[in-house]
Ligand binder design. Structure first.
Ligand SMILES: Nc1ncnc2c1ncn2[C@@H]1O[C@H](COP(=O)(O)OP(=O)(O)O)[C@@H](O)[C@H]1O
Ligand SMILES: N[C@@H](CCC(=O)OP(=O)(O)O)C(=O)O
Length: 375
């Protein structure tokens, strides 16, 4: 049996989130040398065959420096202005650093709403999946020009967890300016001890996690909360000191660094619960024998050709139930087409989708990653 740290080394898809405190040397402007150091490590992780997504903060902090503002503004419109100015420098710095290793990167700006609205959820998911499949590193930040709550609280930890849920990521790494979660805030109590491992859902952890510093950040509280959210899709979270030499590469070699927060459930169980618990069933698809077997026994995606009937009204991204012709419930999943579109596509081979609808959203009605079999 592998221990938890060894299991970590086998992560094939990883989200690395880097906070403002680290990126900007506590508000002094972007720390380009440090950024180059993390990119060198991420390039190694990629060489090891891992897929990587980066969630980066720092747009507001960098914008403040560029605009000559000494203090983080309070008003949302000024925060948005700072973010818009700073995001330019942030993305340029990352892109230049990744380019040195021949790694392509892409800018993705998201709001939390994008990930709770079902249709936009699927859109964000397929765009990010495509980038990752192409070997591109998505560089994700909040879309601060349209976000108001997020920018006020300055919390990219939650965004990191939502991206983790979105793409079945195994490990979320929250890089920060402390070596991990301590049993008290080390800025206030120098004798505080590092917590090396815990369960994300442990309420005692939230109790010791304090808030952030002068840049108006979420601190450890939002990190533990993010770990809980990530655990909902079975992911583990590591809160890791970004200033420690080669922290990222050493972590994925199995070294006991940072705070590892574990999910209670296996990824599959967690994902099932997530799909089942958070969404209402909006429609029913009646499958023919071939499709029933493919979905239930072979874990395949559901193609339109195997659907005999579509019931109910639903939009792209909503949850539908698949049943066989004796009304037995087989599976449920997030559908790629609305009920009107699905009715037109039922019974048709996938290569006809474009002729019928005029466009192709996906070749399958429900992708197997978004499908959970009912036992
Ligand atoms: N129990 C704790 N253990 C470690 N750090 C803590 C704890 N409670 C509060 N903190 C504070 O959280 C800060 C990190 O959070 P934050 O400033 O939001 O960073 P980031 O920009 O990386 O998200 C640390 O600098 C630390 O002072
Ligand atoms: N999206 C904004 C705010 C995000 C933020 O500050 O988060 P964090 O530093 O990770 O707690 C930014 O890039 O500055």
């Amino acid at each position: 049996m592998l221990n938890e740290r060894q299991t970590l080394t086998q992560s094939s898809r990883v989200v690395v989130k880097i906070g403002s405190a680290l990126l900007t040397n506590d508000g002094q402007g972007l720390d380009v040398a440090a950024i180059e150091g993390w990119v060198a490590q991420m390039a190694k992780l990629k060489e090891q065959g891992r897929e990587l997504l980066l969630v980066t903060s720092g747009s507001v902090a960098e914008g403040m420096v560029r605009l000559g503002w000494k203090q983080r503004p309070k008003s949302v419109h000024e925060l948005q202005a700072a973010a818009a100015v700073g995001q330019m420098g942030l993305i340029q710095t990352w892109e230049t650093a990744f380019k040195k290793y021949g790694i392509k990167s892409a800018q993705i700006l998201l709001t939390h709403d994008d990930l709770s609205n079902r249709k936009r959820y699927l859109n964000a998911r397929s765009a990010l999946r495509t980038l990752v499949d192409l070997g591109v590193v998505p560089i994700i930040n909040e879309n601060d020009t349209v976000a108001t709550d997020e920018i006020r609280f300055g919390d990219n930890d939650t965004l990191g967890a939502l991206v983790t849920n979105l793409l079945e990521v195994e490990t979320l790494v929250l890089l920060t300016d402390q070596d991990g979660l301590f049993d008290a805030d080390p800025r206030e109590n120098p004798k505080a001890n590092l917590i090396s491992e815990g369960r994300a859902q442990d309420p005692a952890l939230l109790a010791v996690a304090g808030d952030g510093g002068a840049l108006g950040r979420g601190g450890m509280f939002t990190k533990v909360r993010a770990a809980r959210l990530a655990a909902r899709s079975g992911a583990r979270t590591v809160i890791l000191g970004g200033r420690t030499e080669q922290a990222l590469t050493r972590l994925f070699e199995g070294e006991k660094l940072g705070t590892l927060l574990l999910p209670d459930d296996e990824p599959i169980t967690a994902r099932k619960r997530w799909l089942a618990g958070h969404l209402q069933e909006k429609g029913v698809l009646v499958l023919d024998k071939g499709a029933s077997q493919a979905v239930q026994q072979q874990g395949k995606s559901l193609l339109p050709v195997g659907v005999k009937e579509v019931r109910g009204r639903f939009a792209r991204g909503e949850l539908v139930v698949c049943i066989d012709d004796s009304e037995q419930r087989l599976a449920k999943g997030l559908i790629n087409y609305s009920s009107n579109e699905a009715s037109l596509l039922a019974g048709q081979p996938s290569h006809q989708i474009e002729r019928i609808l005029g466009y192709v959203e996906a070749t399958e009605l429900i992708h197997r990653d978004n499908l959970v079999v009912i036992k």
